[in-house]
Design a binder for this molecule. Sequence first.
Ligand SMILES: Cc1cc2nc3c(=O)[nH]c(=O)nc-3n(C[C@H](O)[C@H](O)[C@H](O)COP(=O)(O)OP(=O)(O)OC[C@H]3O[C@@H](n4cnc5c(N)ncnc54)[C@H](O)[C@@H]3O)c2cc1C
Length: 462
Amino acid sequence: MRRPKGRGRSWRRGEPGFDAAVLATSFNARDPGVRPDLLVEANDAEDVCRALQLARENGWPVSIVSGGHSWAQNHLREGGLLLSMARINGIAIDPASRTARVGPGCWGLDLDLALRPHGLFFPVAHAPDVALGGFLLQGGFGWGSRALGLATESLVGIDVILADGTQIHASATENADIFWAARGSGPGFFAVVLRYHLRLHPRPKVTAMKMQIFRQRHLDAVFRWADAVGASVARSVEFQMLITPRALGIFVPGIEVIAPVLAGSWEEARAAVRFIDASPIRQLASFTTPLVPMSTAFMSRTANITHFPPGVRWCADNIWTDAPIDDLLPGIHAIAETMPPAPSHSLWLNWHPPATRPDMAFSLEAKRYLAVYGEWKRGAEDARYADWATRQMAAMAPHAAGIQLADENLGRRPARFMKAENLARLERLRRTHDPAGLFRSWMGREDSLSGGAEDRVLEEDV
Ligand SMILES: Cc1cc2nc3c(=O)[nH]c(=O)nc-3n(C[C@H](O)[C@H](O)[C@H](O)COP(=O)(O)OP(=O)(O)OC[C@H]3O[C@@H](n4cnc5c(N)ncnc54)[C@H](O)[C@@H]3O)c2cc1C
C-alpha cells in the first residue's frame, strides 16, 4: 500500500480517476467489479459528518475503509458511500502517562517507529501497512500479543461518530456498550472510529527471531512436534509455522518454523527459544538459524517482501481449532498439496489463550489458529484460485471452534466468530445506535443471521 498523498477529496462514480481512487483503497489487488456511488476521502471530523449527512439524505448505505487490509475487501460494495479514513492518521504520544491518541488511518509501522524513541511499545500488526482502524476493531493479534494481550485490550477509549452525526467518547466508564462493541466486532461495528486512545507498554529490551526450515515431506513430524510442545512455549515467543511452496533458503515446498521473541534480556530470549534446538526432530531440518536480533519494524518490513507483496490478488480464510492433530493432518496435507504458487502460504499459530479476557465483543478463540492465504497475479487466474481458501477451510470446518475476523471470508463462508450471546448483544446495540441501518456490516451478514447459507450456525445464536 502507499500512504495517502495530499488532501482528500470526493470522487463521483464515473468521473476520471474514480476507479483508480476506489481500487487504491484496497491491499488486495482483485477488482470485485462493484463501485460505490461516491468515495469521500475524509480529512477531519467535519468531512466525516458531512459525508454521513449526504448518505442519510440520499439513502446511501455507508462502508468504511482505513488501511484497506481486509482480505475480503469488505468495504467494496455496489452503490452507496465509501468513506476513507486513511488520511486521519495522526499520532500524539504522551510518554508521561504512557498513552497515545492515534487516527484510524495510522499504519502499525508508523506507530511502532514513533514509540521507539520513547522506549514505549504497542502490539501492532505483523505487516507494516495494516492500519489501526480495522486491526483494533477485530481484536488484533500483533507483535507480543501472546504476552500483552490482543491489541484491543490495550485500548482505553475511542472517539466515534454515530449514524446521526453525534460525536462521542466511549470507554469502560462512558458509553461502555459502544466501547464493548468496538473491541471485537470488526466489520460489524456500527459507527465511524475517529480516534483511538491507547495504553502503551514498556518496549521489550530484546526483539529477535529464530527459524528452522523443513522440507514438505516432514510435514507430519513437524506438525506433531509443534502440537506436542505448543502449550509449554513461553508467552514471549510467537511460535508459528508457515507452509509455503518456496521455503526460505531451500526454495522448494517446505515448512518455515518461525519464532519471533520479545523479551526482557538475551538470557530470557535464548531460554524461550531453546525448545527449537532441543527438539527431537531437529535432525530432519534443512537448517536452523541462530537467534538473531531484529527490530519489530524490520520483521514487519521483511514480511511484506517475503509473504505479503503488494499489487497481487488474494483469497484468505481461517479456523480456530482445539481438535486433535490426527484429525487436522489430512486437511493440512490438502492445503500443502493444492496451494497456489508462492508467496501463498498457510499459517499455524501456536496461540493457547489465557484463561480469561476482559468482557468485550471479542470472545472466540482456541489453542491453535490455522489460516490460508492464496496469492496470484493475473486476473485470468481468478476463476482457478479465488475459491481455494474457502474450499480448504470449509473442508476443515467440522474441526473448527469458529473463525477470527482478522482473516475473515464471511462473504463466501459464513461462520461463527464470537460467542452467541455476544453476537446477540452486538445486534441489539446496532439496532439502538444505527436504527436505520446506515452502516454496512460484514459481508454475508444477512446469510449469517437468517441461516440462508451453508453454515447455519449463527441462526440459532441471534
Ligand atoms: C498483509 C496483511 C497482514 C495482516 N496481519 C495481521 C496481523 O498481524 N494481526 C492481525 O490481527 N490482523 C492482521 N491482518 C488482518 C487485518 O488486521 C484486518 O484485515 C484489519 O481489518 C485491517 O485493518 P485496516 O484498517 O487496514 O483494513 P480496512 O480494510 O480498512 O478495514 C477493515 C474493516 O474494518 C472496518 N473499519 C475500518 N476502519 C474503520 C473506522 N475508522 N471506523 C469504523 N469501521 C472501520 C470496516 O468494516 C472495514 O471494512 C493482516 C491483513 C493483511 C492483508
